[in-house]
Design a protein around this ligand. Structure first.
Ligand SMILES: Cc1cc2nc3c(=O)[nH]c(=O)nc-3n(C[C@H](O)[C@H](O)[C@H](O)COP(=O)(O)OP(=O)(O)OC[C@H]3O[C@@H](n4cnc5c(N)ncnc54)[C@H](O)[C@@H]3O)c2cc1C
Length: 477
């Protein structure tokens, strides 16, 4: 180090990426024995970005726990949970009710159970698959051809749709891959990058020559049940919802935390960067981390490089929304015997999926009540994003009646519209991200959902890895 003054880092964006970057920066700086201060700048009036839980009281002793954004994290990706445990939230983890796990796929207008033994979308048990009504006999035979089709070994990216058609056929794409896998990303399978979203499928194809053989091997290699004989749940949340992660993290952040503060521009200065803020103030920093949507990063980066800004803008976004509806349990005839239903694009419905939140988790609705969450928008039903509340509710009610026989009036509803919220990992995404990362000037960093994984654990992981690199950069200053 040429001088011993503390280094200052400006973190732009107070979603889970920016917040967890702040936490990991503190940790890494301490371990490196480096004095680092930071300012975390969030445009809106609340922390957590897309993580948002509302508590609706007044119907019973306990409130309804209503998620506006994510409702759980994948436990196989440990990073968010590791951080939660470090915050002392280990005792608050709230797994899904996996004994009631069942997903339905709408098939010719009717919810049809996914056959048992499906690993992601690949059958690993023969009998339930053979007897399932979801896939036609020809579609099943076509899926079986996966065992004989030679693997693609050129390493090139392709769309998820092309991959699925090539290996398992178009029926598996329509009934399984598109609703279940593209659904996670709110993506269009015809544009979605296989390598950026499901690289494991390509790995299995190359290693085992077949997706089915690969999945069978993966199933055998899965960890055995824990001491109590139970498999760990695939997803977990927190007792009072995902908001607990944000609220639990906040008191551990030791930096200067500013809500209602947008960064409008960034300029290079002799010793770092100067940020212009919405309140006409400026802030200087040695390092700037952008944990904002790619189209915001594009604007901030444009003065440094039009080409990099163009690459940021090539990361497309779609808008999505959810409507949560609460009912008295005895007013819904449906058994709610699963986590909910997904809807293939070919069914041409006006909603994309429905989660039966009060079955998926305990503590989402008080005893005697039910909570459902309906997903709309994305690349499937973008027109629903601009529908007026009453039209949206009328459509949702009609779909609930048609798909689940629900005719009761909800006790209340909560609508969340997330505009330009879901980054799309189109074919070539990873090359684009690598190009962006390589072209950023020293001291300017980006990380989070637009780049290397959209899930909350992916965001935390990227934040952690970026914090390590930032500390390395500052140490070698
Ligand atoms: C409906 C929905 C359901 C989801 N479900 C799941 C799920 O079940 N599990 C899962 O793992 N993931 C899920 N996701 C994805 C996950 O929630 C997001 O990818 C993740 O929360 C993104 O975090 P982030 O910090 O990268 O971005 P964001 O949460 O978008 O945070 C970015 C922040 O930057 C701020 N900002 C923007 N511009 C500026 C500026 N100029 N100056 C200062 N601040 C600025 C914004 O206000 C925002 O708070 C879901 C997403 C949605 C929308």
């Amino acid at each position: 180090m040429t001088d011993s003054r503390p280094r200052h880092v400006a973190i732009v964006g107070g979603g889970i990426t920016g917040m967890s970057f702040a936490w990991h920066l503190q940790q890494q700086a301490r371990e490196a024995g480096l004095e680092v201060t930071y300012t975390l700048l969030e445009e809106s009036g609340r922390w957590g970005g897309k993580i948002r839980t509302d508590y609706v009281e007044g119907y019973a002793d306990e409130p309804f726990v209503v998620e506006g954004g994510p409702d759980a994290v994948l436990t196989q990706k440990p990073w968010a949970l590791q951080m939660a445990r470090q915050m002392g939230l280990g005792g608050r983890l709230w797994p899904t009710n996996d004994d009631r796990r069942q997903t339905f796929v709408v098939h010719r207008g009717r919810p049809t159970p996914l056959p048992d033994g499906l690993l992601l979308i690949v059958p690993t048990k023969i009998t339930p698959f053979v007897f399932s009504r979801l896939i036609s006999p020809w579609g099943k035979l076509r899926m079986g051809l996966d065992l004989f089709i030679p693997p693609k070994r050129d390493g090139a990216d392709e769309t998820l749709a092309d991959f699925m058609r090539r290996r398992l056929g178009s029926e598996a794409l329509d009934k399984l891959a598109e609703p279940l896998l593209s659904g996670i990303y709110n993506a269009d399978a015809e544009m979605q990058s296989l390598l950026a979203t499901f690289p494991r499928f390509r790995d299995l194809e190359v290693k085992y020559g077949s997706l089915m053989r690969g999945m069978l091997a993966a199933r055998k290699a899965r960890p055995s049940p824990s001491a109590n004989g139970k498999k760990p749940a695939m997803f977990t949340s927190f007792k009072n919802g995902m908001q607990e992660l944000v609220d639990g993290l906040l008191p551990h952040l030791t930096g200067d935390l500013r809500l209602g503060t947008a960064v409008h521009a960034i300029k290079k200065k002799a010793n770092g960067y100067q940020l212009s803020l919405n309140n006409k103030e400026t802030l200087t920093a040695d390092v700037v981390l952008l944990a904002v949507p790619a189209f915001v990063a594009a604007k901030l980066i444009k003065p440094f490089s039009q080409a990099v800004a163009d690459d940021f803008n090539r990361i497309r976004y779609v808008s999505t929304g959810t409507v949560s509806l609460a009912f008295r349990r005895d007013e819904i005839g449906h058994p709610l015997n699963g986590f909910g239903l997904v809807i293939p694009r070919s069914e041409k419905r006006r909603v994309n999926a429905i989660t039966w939140s009060s079955t998926k988790f305990n503590n989402r609705a008080p005893d005697g009540f039910a909570l459902l969450r309906v997903f709309f928008g994305g690349s499937r039903t973008p027109e629903m994003m601009s529908a007026a509340d009453e039209d949206l509710l009328a459509t949702v009610s009609a779909e609930l009646e048609s798909l689940m026989g629900v005719t009761a009036e909800p006790l209340f509803h909560r609508i969340f519209r997330w505009h330009k919220s879901n980054p799309q990992y189109d074919v070539g995404h990873l090359d684009r991200v690598a190009r962006i990362e390589a072209a950023l000037p020293p001291g300017l960093w980006v990380t989070g959902s637009p780049y290397r994984g959209v899930g909350v654990p992916d965001c935390v992981h990227q934040a952690q890895q970026t914090a390590v690199r930032v500390i390395e950069e500052l140490s070698g200053d």
